[in-house]
Design a protein around this ligand. Structure first.
Ligand code: NAD
Length: 471
């Protein structure tokens, strides 16, 4: 596949290989952009933004809706690309594409609801002046969208669609590991807007990243990815508007009065969907000792039923992680935690890029597996005595994306809701749940700013005050 700059599909002499993590086969080669290509894309976006800004909101909404219809008609093709490049099990890839269709439809509706407000300047101004004043939400200009491998289409759309709804042009940089479905998405969006409204540059994150970060024509960087890359961007792009959706280490707390069966079902989905490679997946299971054994027995039973295999197979639950390096790293982290005293209850084995769903008991917060985000199919269990310790352990991390608590006691639920430091706290629901109407984004090292269509659009605008002196 080729890059998309100013409506043209551009190739380069230098390429890198996109490899299927399940069987190691070559899927495609992708051009490696240099700084000059990025600058061309930014330039095209800058020019296209001016014409986009002249479209009515109704027209922008209709174009987004048409793109949504086209995406819908290519759903299976795009889901298959996600399976091939990211190793995502087919049913999860289909779910991602369906989610993306909804994201685009939701954004086309929201594009018609970008409101300012009337401002009572006489509330504090000089009594002699009588103003009529209001704010307008206006576009920022050109937005850079930098996205990770794990939801290559949906997370790209969470940036591109709100940016365009607010009449910004976009330069996107898809994940190096999983660029194919994102490039098809860019092509689809491009079919419904003027050339240059959406551009996609491929290649090395650091080179493209720096060209975007240091360009005076990029007004905002919307980034989703690891804490390390997010912190690099934040420290080098101080003058730009930033949205950073970063890593997580989400706790699922199960208290003594929880519905255990329900909590286990949610833990299995939250910890093992897409081999645990979900930012807001369940990364730590915090169990009250009184129910720990009952929970663990059921967790082992239900996890053992997950089917490991070829992600293209519709019945597969667990496929590979994104590449060999990631698989080796997860294996090492698991082995280190066993060396440090954790007990292996299930899994732990690696075959090429596949890691068996792994359950570890007697984990504590000093172990690497929970001290940092482990982006793999690993469910570490931390045992606690009661609610106070559960909250303390939940908060004992640099991350704060989502959290969940299972309890039938409203007072315990309220304490968790109030005291856990996370962007979302669910009661009787595990982390990893996300819909487009909610504000999504983490506290602490998990990021800054919110996505979710309405909130993302707000962050894709500047506020201008217009005031008429009526004296
Ligand atoms: P990553 O940080 O390695 O890469 C993300 C993107 O940044 C890629 O496109 C990459 O090429 C680019 N990049 C790399 N170096 C760069 C640089 N110096 N400047 C600019 N861009 C650069 O992340 P990943 O491995 O693709 O994704 C996994 C991570 O993403 C996990 O930590 C996960 O928790 C996080 N994530 C967060 C959310 C969220 O919404 N909070 C969602 C999904 C994934």
């Amino acid at each position: 596949m080729k890059m998309l700059i100013d409506g043209e599909f551009i190739d380069k002499n230098e390429h890198y290989d996109v490899i299927n993590p399940y069987d190691g086969e070559l899927i495609d080669t992708i051009p490696i952009a240099d700084k000059g290509d990025v600058n061309k894309a930014i330039d095209a976006a800058r020019k296209a933004q001016k014409s986009l800004n002249c479209l009515s909101s109704k027209q922008v909404s209709e174009n987004l809706f048409d793109a949504c219809e086209e995406l819908s008609s290519c759903a299976d093709e795009i889901a298959s690309l996600i399976v091939l490049e990211a190793g995502k099990p087919y049913k999860a890839a289909v779910a991602e594409v369906n989610r993306s269709i909804e994201t685009l439809r939701f954004t086309s509706e929201e594009a018609k609801r970008i409101y300012g407000e009337s401002i009572p300047l006489d509330a504090t101004g000089s009594a002699d002046e009588r103003f009529m004043a209001f704010t307008q939400k206006i576009p920022l200009g050109v937005v850079a969208a930098i996205t990770p491998f794990n939801f290559p289409v949906n997370l790209a759309l969470h940036k591109i669609a709100p940016a365009i709804a607010a009449k910004n042009a976009v330069v996107m940089k898809p994940s190096k590991e999983a660029p194919l479905a994102a490039l098809r998405l860019a092509e689809i969006i491009n079919n419904h807007f003027d050339d240059g409204v959406i551009n996609a540059v491929t290649g090395y994150g650091s080179e493209i990243g720096d060209a975007l970060i240091y360009s005076p024509d990029i007004a905002k960087i919307s980034f989703t990815g690891s804490v390390a890359t997010g912190m690099y961007i934040a420290s080098h792009a101080a003058s730009k508007k930033l949205t950073l959706e970063l890593g997580g280490n989400d706790p699922l707390i199960v208290l003594e009065d929880a519905d255990i069966e329900k909590a286990v079902d949610e833990a299995v989905t939250g910890a093992f969907t897409f081999s645990g490679q979900i930012c807001c997946g369940v990364k730590r299971i915090i169990l009250d000792n009184k129910v720990a054994d009952e929970f663990i027995d059921l967790l082992i039973e239900k996890t053992s039923r997950l089917k490991i295999g070829n992600p293209m197979d519709e019945s597969t639950d667990i496929g590979p992680v994104i590449n060999k390096e990631a698989a080796l790293n997860i294996e090492e982290v698991v082995n280190n935690s066993i060396r440090d005293g954790a007990e292996l209850l299930l899994g732990g084995e690696r075959r090429d890029c596949i890691i068996e769903p792994t359950i570890l008991d007697n984990v504590n917060m000093s172990m690497e597996v929970v001290a940092y985000e482990t982006f793999g199919p690993v469910a570490p269990i931390l045992r606690v005595e009661g609610l106070d310790e559960a909250i303390e352990v939940a908060n004992n991390t640099q991350y704060g994306l989502q959290a969940g608590v299972f309890t039938e006691n409203v007072h315990s639920a309220l304490r968790c809701a109030n005291e856990i430091e996370a962007g979302t706290v669910y009661v009787n629901k595990a982390p990893s749940y996300r819909v487009d109407s909610m504000p999504f984004g983490g506290f602490k090292s998990s990021g800054t700013g919110k996505e979710g269509i309405k909130y993302a659009i707000e962050d894709m605008c500047r506020t201008k005050l217009i005031a008429f002196n009526r004296n």
